[in-house]
Ligand binder design. Structure first.
Ligand SMILES: Cc1ncc(COP(=O)(O)O)c(C=O)c1O
Length: 368
């Protein structure tokens, strides 16, 4: 609908993007150009070029003190296919997988493609963090694993150490694996720290598949480079699946990712600081709108607010009417297993944030 209105010349302000508005760092661009000039245009090893695996291992050692060998790392065309491959490797038909709602759209679909069953643990009314009781209630003899995502898309919440320890304990006691999607790990704000679950619970290394990549923090969504780190037997299976699917990720993009990991730390911090400013701005502005309920996001680049106490408690209807009347595009929470909520991405300019929230305020004020 937003695209149609835009094509009609309407002044659409879109806050639906799941990607940074910044271009990729120079270090990535230069490494890609150099790779083209060297003629790095052939198939690479299915699991990734050794240089990139070395850079990924060095990154995990530096940031988390974790040691991963080359055979425990798999590079793919973005983080998304890695979650798919992990699920294909780990889920048999009718196996149950816990997903913590609100959740990123692809988890449920990918579990379905693996013929698994998604069991939703809702965190909408517990501050977007799961409680032990809720997780234990969701377990059955068919549960094989869980997907965790912190910092979270769409909520912007980051799990604290106690929550991660609780989840790690449950995984250990019930023999579950964990797909740990930490694609937004560099984007945390204020006092908030991102915790790698293996720093909190080192004993569960054999049951954790870490998912990360250059898409978000390094502003490289279009290059399509993600990586998984995990126990060799699982990584081997994922590697086999990938071998019959895409084969290696783009050779040039892999070199760009080497450039980013080795030379773009400053860019990551500068952009993180920029997102933090926008986070503060959008939170302050949204907080002035009566009827919307929201917690201050602590990570990623999304504000996620509750519209259940407005005159339009249905999130899809809320977004439709807002778009039709004020030309502001947001994403209904229903897309994230969270009806009654709405996601607003702040991966855009401060001017757009001010303009978009002003229109949103006019819309909500006029409802009363
Ligand atoms: C939580 C989460 N995981 C994974 C991905 C996929 O990342 P990539 O673009 O590297 O495939 C996204 C992208 O939106 C995401 O939000």
């Amino acid at each position: 609908m937003a695209k149609k209105l835009k094509a009609e010349g309407k002044p659409i302000l879109a806050f639906s993007a799941g990607e940074p508005d910044f271009v990729s760092p120079d270090a990535a661009m230069n490494a890609a150009r150099a790779a083209i000039d060297r003629g790095e245009t052939h198939y690479t090893a299915n699991s990734g070029i050794p240089e990139l695996k070395t850079a990924i291992a060095a990154y995990y050692k530096k940031h988390f003190g974790l040691e991963y060998a080359s055979g425990e790392i798999l590079v793919s065309s973005g983080a998304k296919p890695l979650i798919y491959e992990a699920l294909q490797a780990l889920v048999d038909p009718a196996d149950e997988v816990l997903v913590f709602a609100p959740a990123w759209v692809s988890y449920v679909e990918q579990i379905g493609i693996a013929e698994g069953v998604t069991i939703v643990v809702d965190t909408a009314d517990t501050g977007f963090v799961p409680t032990k009781e809720a997780v234990e209630r969701a377990l059955s003899s068919k549960t094989v694993g869980m997907i965790l995502n912190t910092p979270n898309n769409p909520t912007g919440a980051a799990y604290d150490e106690a929550t991660l320890r609780m989840l790690a304990d449950i995984a250990e006691k019930n023999d579950l694996w964990i797909i740990y999607d930490e694609i937004y790990e560099r984007l945390v704000y204020g006092e908030t720290k991102h915790h790698n679950i293996l720093n909190v619970a080192p004993g569960i290394r054999d049951r954790v598949i870490l998912i990360n990549g250059v898409s978000k923090a390094f502003c490289m969504t279009g290059w399509r480079i993600g990586y998984a780190l995990g126990p060799k037997d699982v990584i081997d299976k994922m590697d086999d699946i990938q071998g019959h699917l895409t084969s290696n990720a783009s050779s040039i993009a892999q070199w760009a990712a080497v450039g980013a990991l080795e030379g773009a730390e400053n860019d990551v911090e500068l952009r993180r600081a920029e997102f933090e400013k926008r986070r503060d701005l959008i939170f302050d502005l949204l907080s002035e709108i009566g009827g919307l309920k929201l917690a201050k996001p602590t990570g990623a680049f999304y504000a996620f607010f509750d519209v259940r106490e407005t005159p339009i408690p249905d999130d899809v209807e809320f977004c439709k009417q807002l778009l039709a009347e004020k030309y502001v595009a947001l994403v209904p929470g229903a897309a994230f297993l969270a009806p009654g909520f709405v996601r607003m991405s702040y991966a855009c300019s401060e001017d757009d944030i001010r303009g978009g929230v002003a229109r949103l305020k006019e819309f909500v004020d006029a409802l009363r």
